[in-house]
Write a protein that binds this ligand. Sequence first.
Ligand SMILES: [Zn+2]
Length: 575
Amino acid sequence: MNNMIDTLINNTAGSSGGLKIITLSGTETVTKNMTLYEYNDTIIAIDCGVDFPDNDMLGVNVVIPDFTYLRDNRHKFKALIITHGHEDHIGAIPFLMEEFDVPIYAGKLVQGFIREKLGDKQFKPLLDKLRFHEFSPSTAEVKIGAFSLSAFRVNHSVPEATGISINTPEGRILHMADYKIDWTPVIDKPIDLGRIASYGESGVLCLLSDCLGVTHEGRSKSEATLNDTFVDLFDKYESRQILVTTISSNISRMYQIISAAAKIGKKVVFSGRSIKQNTDVAKKLGYLPFDESIFVDDKIANEYDQKSLVYIIAGCYGQEDSALGKVSRNENRYIQLEEDAAVIFSADPNPPGVDIAVDRMMAQLTTIGAEVIYSGIQDNLHVSGHGTRDDLMTIAAVVKPRYYLPIGGTITKMKAYSRMVESLGVSKDRVLEPTEGDCILFERGTARMGTKLEVKQVYIGGQGAMASQIDPILLKDRDQMCTDGVFVVLVPVSRKNNQIFADKIDIVTRGFIYVKESREFMDRSRKFITKTINKHQSKGLDWGSLRRKIENDVDKYIRKEEGRTPMVIVHSISV
Ligand SMILES: [Zn+2]
């Protein structure tokens, strides 16, 4: 096999600087996927997703990849290619399109999802700028610079998921982001293993493979496993109001839910903006081929007997501002939860980073009388879209690339994937484990690490038209204020001659101490600050330098006295 790759490489490699694969993001984390491929004067990007903020990222809505390298090489950036329609693969496209004017190669469903996303008020002007090229397993090979690209079918938890074959002068790369092997998918066709095997036979230089499910033994479960679940549950709760929450892009899950509702004779209500948008797109493309009479608009759903309805509602990850979040607080304009309602969670039972929010929402729903049905108490409510060990092993063995590069997992999953392929007899030096910003250089069939890019976290805060980038320093400030509060020193300064009245300062605190019970500390602090101002003032410093000195000293003083670090702000007031 390696001889075949050598022949391929020797026949095609020119006198270029080689092929670069830059893992901009999406190797250390499961989300925020974006990989760059560069050859001579062409850069293409695969996927452009968001990450969701941790609890300590106050006021941050999403985290997006760092586009600095693309900015610096703007003239080379020729196209964006999308593997599938999940937020962690397409969510940052609006932010990319605000800065770059590149065509997007994607399947019809992904195009629909992106259009809906850009339909939001803030991004509407970008809609005219969009240049889509249909790119799917049934479209012809696309040439972009030195790259020839084709898509092939894989299975995942959203229809039309694809792997990408990138033929380069250095050899063929297979980019297989999120995938599993499903021989009985609900509305898709099974993975095109034949085509993947034929790529393997003709020689693959590097396989970029999903590695998230590598620590789960065995074969992954098919979506079809859930076919009977909803019929059984809807039958069991036939005389009750039913709400099912799932991820808004999981169209095949919705197909199963709607089919079950139709079978039991219930109507379906979509609730939540993302669910409505995505199901609209899916309906237009024929993925939800049901008679329109089965659907009820959520605005008039309360006119119906609630026992005749199944709501498919957004909020399976415990999002407070989701439709289900509002239901759980009795704040949803259109849906009032009935006393004995059944709320079914059909989503990842251990979503990374949001399990506390999900628990909180389930508790709220239970408190107001609902029966919550989730994976912990009910089998077959969810199957993962990520291949487990046997799936990943099958692809690794069939493709037999010269190099393996695990993506879309954590460092731990990446290591586990490396050990898995090593068990196939692959030597350690053939498994690449790049972290964010790493650049791998392929020259004449050999890979080596190039210069690592400095990539930073790019935080986006605010909603809709107000969404904008948040400086990491702001996050540090917010964290500090949240933990230990604020300590403000107001220093009177004469308007006439800039004289500072050090003995007339005022102190205001919020979230730091209960002032009424800390008079002694406040008096001591006042004396300390007066002394500090006098000490530094005698050095003839300007106000800016003096302010910083006082802030520094007060910070140290409070740390010593109280063992805490509130944000200290010294402010002058003209008198
Ligand atoms: Zn995905």
